[in-house]
Design a protein around this ligand. Structure first.
Ligand code: SF4
Length: 64
C-alpha cells in the first residue's frame, strides 16, 4: 500500500515525519515527502500512520 498526501488538507504539522521517519521526511517547503510504501501485513502501522495526521490528509491506495 502506498501512502499519498492530499496537500490541500495538509497543515504541515509534522507528525507524520516525526513519528514515522522511516516512511516520511520533511521537504524543503515543510510538506512531507513519502519515502517508502507499506507492506500488506502492516495493517497496524497503517492505522497508526492514519491516526497521527490531525488533518486526515494521508490516504492509502493499492500499489500499481
Ligand atoms: S501529519 Fe498530516 S497534516 Fe501533519 S505534515 Fe503529515 S500529512 Fe501534513
Amino acid at each position: 500500500m502506498k501512502p499519498a498526501i492530499d496537500l490541500s488538507l495538509c497543515m504541515r504539522t509534522g507528525q507524520c515525519f516525526y513519528l514515522h521517519p522511516g516512511y516520511f521526511k520533511e521537504g524543503a517547503d515543510g510538506y512531507p515527502i513519502i519515502i517508502k510504501s507499506l507492506t500488506t501485513e502492516s495493517a497496524t502501522l497503517k492505522e497508526n500512520i492514519l491516526d497521527c495526521c490531525p488533518a486526515q490528509a494521508i490516504v492509502f491506495a493499492e500499489q500499481q
